[in-house]
Design a protein around this ligand. Structure first.
Ligand code: FE2
Length: 362
């Protein structure tokens, strides 16, 4: 039992080389809005951050303002990527203290942030590689993000794309490290193993992976942990590790209530998705039965469908959103199913392998 409660994902912080331009990208393609800002104008001397929001999803895009900070070193090592996955908690000090007692390494001790809008306490521990977890506790805080951030004034137009909340966030590990990281989440946070696949379930002619989904007690947090498995060629997980130079966050899955509408909008705005082979749709109805959505539209948009005993789910994956083949996004609509799309892994892998081949990494 934990002495504190995790309510859900809070924000994801990405270290990027040009936060101003990245903020524009997240607005113009995914339909996020910048709501808060800190930088030189607000008294932040070493970094600039934009908070981007859509419904319950928040991204913090951070760039360094000098060349010898941990932020610039992180970008030098990993390229643009996710630095921190934060959790909303009712007691950040207890969460930090308990994690440290159970073997986690501290990155930032609990400290109080305050401004005229109220107070928050944040604390950070190491997760895997250079990735960390921050505990966020707001006390009667009525600003838009956290103390220290100004409201970002803008006259941006355009509509949101219907992304609602974060469904899961996936961490890639080097071969042989998956169990160690899952043990860490069990020991430090008391999380449980929600779902597992091994290389017998998900392999193609060329590559394979193993994955364990870790979940907290209320299952609002789900973090699949992957590692590569031996195949004839290089696993996509190994390709990630090679370019990120360490374990790290591979993808963030965001939910929608209308995947056809959302993916149509994203495609119109220039988001690139992995291609689904046409053969995937030939026996789709046989595999999954009747669904509410129009199958022609599903096929046109390249959306994947999978089912389990509780229902079905629709999902699609973007191509990497920076030049290195590292971080990408998943768009997911759940209609009863809590699964992670095991039935889609083969089609998905074949599509990723095709991209790897074009990159010369297969
Ligand atoms: Fe996923």
């Amino acid at each position: 039992m934990n002495s504190y409660k995790i309510d859900g994902f809070d924000y994801c912080e990405l270290y990027v080389s040009n936060a101003k331009q990245a903020a524009h990208f997240y607005h113009s393609t995914f339909g996020f809005y910048p709501i808060a800002y800190c930088g030189l104008e607000t008294g932040s001397r070493d970094r600039v951050s934009y908070v981007l929001k859509q419904n319950q999803i928040k991204f913090l895009l951070t760039s360094p303002l000098n060349n010898n900070s941990e932020i610039s070193k992180h970008i030098y090592n990993h390229g643009d990527g996710v630095k921190d996955v934060s959790f909303t908690v009712n007691d950040a000090e207890a969460a930090w203290k308990e994690s440290i007692e159970r073997g986690a390494e501290s990155v930032r001790k609990p400290h109080l942030l305050s401004d005229e809008k109220g107070e928050a306490i944040i604390a950070t521990i190491k997760a895997f590689g250079d990735t960390s977890h921050t505990f966020v506790q707001r006390n009667n805080y009525n600003g838009v993000f956290l103390p220290g951030y100004d409201v970002f004034e803008n006259n941006l137009t355009g509509d949101p794309s219907g992304l609602i909340h974060i469904d899961h966030i996936v961490g890639n590990q080097p071969n042989g490290e998956m169990q160690t990281v899952c043990n860490f989440y069990e020991k430090v946070f008391g999380w449980h193993r929600f779902w597992t696949v091994d290389d017998k379930d998900i392999s193609t002619e060329f590559s394979a992976l193993r994955s364990i989904v870790m979940a907290n007690d209320n299952e609002k947090i789900k973090m699949p942990i992957n590692e590569p498995a031996d195949g004839l060629r290089k696993s996509q997980i190994q390709e990630f590790i090679d370019y990120y130079n360490s374990p790290g966050i591979q993808h963030i899955a965001m939910t929608t209530k209308d995947i056809i509408n959302t993916v149509s909008k994203l495609r119109d705005k220039g988001v690139q998705f992995l291609e689904t082979p046409k053969t995937y749709y030939e026996s789709l109805t046989e595999r999954i039965g009747e669904i509410d959505e129009d199958l022609d539209q599903i096929e046109d948009l390249g959306i994947l469908v999978d089912k389990d005993e509780k229902g079905y789910m629709l999902q699609i994956f973007t191509k990497p959103i920076q030049d290195r083949p590292t971080l990408f996004y998943e768009i997911i609509q759940r209609k009863g199913s809590n699964s992670f799309g095991k039935g889609n892994f083969k089609a998905l892998f074949e599509s990723i392998e095709n991209e790897q081949k074009i990159r010369g990494n297969l």
